[in-house]
Design a protein. Structure first.
Length: 189
């Protein structure tokens, strides 16, 4: 196993530079620990998504597409190819490829919009919903059990945190937001 050439002191110095704060010991500030915990949860969720994709002959983007379509249905939003492409950050060709793959697998159907017959909507098929429930259901049930241990005020706090955090990441996903998010601060002489 290769050893890192960074020492603990180097790591602390990097954190001080990146965080803009004084790091005098190896204890992370409480808020930063929460950020790292959220990151760990998202990594675990991504691993479960990748496992689901591999088990079912899908690409990870296909799983994200199904999630976007299910979220749109839950929000009563018309799920069009344009909406899917925007949510996934894909161009038209990439979006069509994802939809074609999901359609071939029987997970998605293209259907005409009842209100505007010219528009094609995307619908997640019941078999795909069952497949997702079989895999993710126990995980969702586990999270629901965890939430049962929180009182309504605590759940509201969690909801506010996750909603605000989602907004931060969504804003960073826009072209202007992403450029501002990753651009280094201006140099001072």
């Amino acid at each position: 196993m290769a050893r890192s050439s960074l020492s603990l002191g180097d790591n602390l110095a990097q954190r001080e530079i990146l965080d803009g704060g004084d790091v005098t010991d190896n204890q992370e500030p409480d808020n930063l620990r929460l950020v790292h915990l959220l990151r760990a949860v998202t990594v675990e969720f991504g691993l479960r998504q990748a496992e689901f994709a591999a088990r079912n002959g899908m690409h990870a983007t296909d799983v994200r597409a199904l999630i976007c379509l299910l979220d749109a249905a839950r929000a009563d939003e018309p799920a069009t190819a344009g909406l899917l492409g925007a949510r996934l950050g894909l161009n038209s060709a990439g979006t069509t490829a994802v939809i074609d793959r999901l359609e071939r697998l029987g997970h998605v159907a293209r259907v005409r919009d009842e209100r505007d017959r010219r528009r094609i909507l995307l619908r997640v098929e019941p078999a795909a919903i069952r497949l997702g429930r079989e895999f993710f259901g126990p995980l969702i049930d586990g999270v629901l059990q965890v939430l049962d241990g929180f009182d309504p005020a605590e759940r509201d706090t969690v909801r506010r945190f996750l909603t605000a955090t989602h907004a931060v990441f969504a804003a960073a996903g826009t072209a202007a937001g992403a450029a501002a998010f990753i651009s280094p601060p201006p140099r001072t002489s």
